[in-house]
Every structure is written in structure tokens, then in C-alpha cells.
Design a protein around this ligand. Structure first.
Ligand code: GRF
Length: 205
């Protein structure tokens, strides 16, 4: 099973997924491998991280396309070339067209730095602080045509501290992202879902 990871920037989530896949031997134990890391930005720092790990990389530069649809079509081709069982958005800062989402429906995940459905969109940490939130966190969800609202797979919570700035809160949330994303990806690919004790005891799980 191939995973393609889409990035736009530093790629710390991609690196965490790659590190976990190596440490847990996803390839040997589950036949799961990261087939490629694709970025819409040629200067994305994550491209170097991927290359260091021997992961094939590609760039589909959105500035080279006249329309959002043309970019998404080129991106879809580049992604499809790796026959992905799962397409993972990791710090990917583009809003995908319905056509792209449709093409990969059911095998498209994203991580968002808030406790969805709270704070979809950008500047999530500052908004949480401004709202006086006592907790914040991150969410792994399936991608649908509407931004940041698909079915939720995993979440992690961090406390918002009185002295927090958006930067200090972001750093604590990012650490949790690196925990929950690899776990959600593996569970999704292995067809596992959280089971309640009653189901487990009934043996129906
Ligand atoms: C971070 O703000 C993270 O919360 C969000 O995307 C941004 C960059 O992530 N998921 P990464 O370091 O490129 O994975």
C-alpha cells in the first residue's frame, strides 16, 4: 500500500510519519510505504527532509498553472502516478477543488491545528487564545469538498496556558500532531477503528 504525502512547508508532520513508519517497520509488517512526497512549493523545506530519507519527491508548482483546476489536475496526475492507497495532506496550504477531492474520496486525510469543528481555517492558535479557550489541540480528519469539516479520525488536546502566545501554543500542538497523525494513518490503512468496550466484550468488534 502506497502513501503519498503532500506538503507546502517545513514538513515536520511528514518527517514524523516517515520516522514512525521506519521505527514500526510499516513496510515489512504491513506492506505500507511512503511512495512520494509532493510539494506545491519548490522551496518547501520538507523536500530536503524527504530526500534525506530516500523518499522520492516531486514539485507541482501552483504558480505555473493558470487556474486552480489546472493545478489540481496536474497535482492529481502526479499523485495518481504512485497508485496511492492514501493521500496525506501534511502542512499542505492549498484549498483543493471538489474535483480533486472527489477523485481521492475516502483516501484523503488532513491534519488541522485546532479541535474541529472549532476554528476551521487559519490562525487557529491566536483565535483560541483570543476566545479565552482553556484547551486547544489538533484534529486528523477525512478531507471533503468543504474546508476542514470531514469525519474526524483522531484528536489530541493541550492546555492553553495564561502566558501562551500563538507561537508557544503552536509548538505544543505541533508535538501532538506528530503523535496522532502516524497513528491515525496506520489505523486507517489497516481498517481499524476505535472500538468501545461493550463491542469488544460482545466479540462483535
Ligand atoms: C503547522 O502549522 C501545522 O499545525 C499544520 O501545518 C503547519 C506546518 O506543518 N498542520 P508541517 O511542519 O509542514 O508538517
Amino acid at each position: 500500500k502506497n502513501i503519498v504525502i503532500l506538503i507546502s512547508g517545513g514538513g515536520s508532520n511528514m518527517a514524523a510519519i516517515a520516522r514512525t513508519a521506519e521505527q514500526q517497520d510499516w513496510a515489512g509488517r504491513h506492506g505500507i510505504r511512503i511512495a512520494a512526497v509532493v510539494s506545491n512549493r519548490p522551496d518547501a523545506g520538507g523536500l530536503a527532509l524527504a530526500r534525506e530519507r530516500g523518499i522520492p519527491t516531486a514539485v507541482v508548482d501552483h504558480r505555473a498553472y493558470p487556474t486552480r483546476e489546472a493545478f489540481d489536475a496536474a497535482l492529481a496526475e502526479g499523485v495518481e502516478a504512485h497508485d496511492p492507497a492514501l493521500v496525506v495532506l501534511a502542512g499542505f496550504m492549498r484549498i483543493l477543488t471538489p474535483g480533486f477531492v472527489e477523485r481521492f474520496a475516502g483516501r484523503l486525510l488532513n491534519i488541522h491545528p485546532s479541535l474541529l469543528p472549532a476554528f476551521p481555517g487559519l490562525d487557529t492558535h491566536q483565535r483560541a487564545i483570543d476566545a479565552g479557550c482553556k484547551v486547544a489541540g489538533c484534529t486528523v480528519h477525512e478531507v471533503t469538498a468543504e474546508l476542514d469539516v470531514g469525519p474526524i479520525l483522531e484528536q489530541a488536546v493541550v492546555a492553553v496556558l495564561p502566558c501562551d502566545t500563538a507561537e508557544t501554543l503552536a509548538a505544543r500542538v505541533l508535538t501532538q500532531e506528530h503523535e496522532i497523525y502516524p497513528r491515525a494513518i496506520l489505523a486507517h490503512l489497516l481498517g481499524r477503528r476505535p472500538v468501545c468496550d461493550q463491542e469488544r466484550q460482545a466479540g462483535s468488534a
